[in-house]
Design a binder for this molecule. Sequence first.
Ligand SMILES: Nc1nc2c(ncn2[C@@H]2O[C@H](COP(=O)(O)OP(=O)(O)OP(=O)(O)O)[C@@H](O)[C@H]2O)c(=O)[nH]1
Ligand SMILES: [Mg+2]
Length: 342
Amino acid sequence: MKREHIPFLLEVAGSINSNTIISELQSLSVKAKSGNTPIILPFIGEFSSGKTTLINALTDSHALETATRPTTATIYEVHFGAPKNCADIIFEDGREEHVDNIKTLINDNLKEAKVVTVFDTSTKVSPYTIIVDTPGISSPDPKHKLTLVNFLPSADGIILIVDINQQLTKSLIDFIKTVKLANKEIYAVLTKTDTKSPIDIEKAKCYLAQNCEMEIRHIAAVSATKNDITELSVIFKDIESRKEEIVRKADERRLDLIAEKLNEEIKNIITASSDDTTLENKIQEQNVILNRLHNQIERLIRNIRDSLEPLNREESRKFEDQVTRVFSLTFRKTASRTPDFT
Ligand SMILES: Nc1nc2c(ncn2[C@@H]2O[C@H](COP(=O)(O)OP(=O)(O)OP(=O)(O)O)[C@@H](O)[C@H]2O)c(=O)[nH]1
Ligand SMILES: [Mg+2]
């Protein structure tokens, strides 16, 4: 779905009062008009594949935590070309914290953090390219994967990070397929090349291109620890020159998903309104039953009245008889006490 369809989708979303979809469409519309919004590119890969070490090599602060165990526990959005090195943390409960020393960002203390925005003075990356450090996909902590999956809709493109010693893992391929990353522009980086010979590096690149089961725009091979990241700058140059195209592609995919969601909501309303028809039919059925009952009750009331009247007549006859008997008895008694003048 193209950006030109946003007004139409807004109209449809407005007609069904879907506020969430309206605000999603409005932010896409603002983004489309502003033209110079930054491109968001997460580094995605297995844990310990070297994502954070590579990001540190791009920054001036070199301060994000790295280790040989699953380390990165939240989303770190790194903004380049900032006036100073610092960070803002937003926690899941809405709390915010400003940090001047990035070295104090310890993942064990950031388990409840929703996102950490890191500002860095480095100019190795354009200020309009936001690189995102993410938790490793096969981390044994399920929250790591959840954090990553929840973040993915915000990504405009993907930079796959593959440890040259591990190559493509089945879990990475499965993950790419499951979350449909192939809908976005994909680049790949082979890390830790200092551990391999130049021939092995070329072989690894070919292997990656042939086996990753998706289209990869460009593969770079780097060694962050040796500060050999020239090939990564080739990727950044390509991204810079195609930024508008990449963001538009990602936005069009987002619009497809919004349209699907809108369709689903409309379907639900139709189902609900057909439920209303069923309800209305039920009410009509109930009305018929009630009317029948009403008529029956009326008839019954009439019958009761009818049966009451003879009863009353009978009663009154009985009363009359009784009255007559009493009267004649009284009359007779009175007569017996009265002297007979005849
Ligand atoms: N030899 C070598 N080791 C590296 C290189 N890059 C990273 N490493 C090592 O790989 C290990 C993992 O690196 P990290 O950067 O923490 O990996 P990660 O992908 O961020 O891991 P998670 O945050 O757990 O997902 C660390 O011990 C790094 O020192 C490299 O270029 N060469
Ligand atoms: Mg990390």
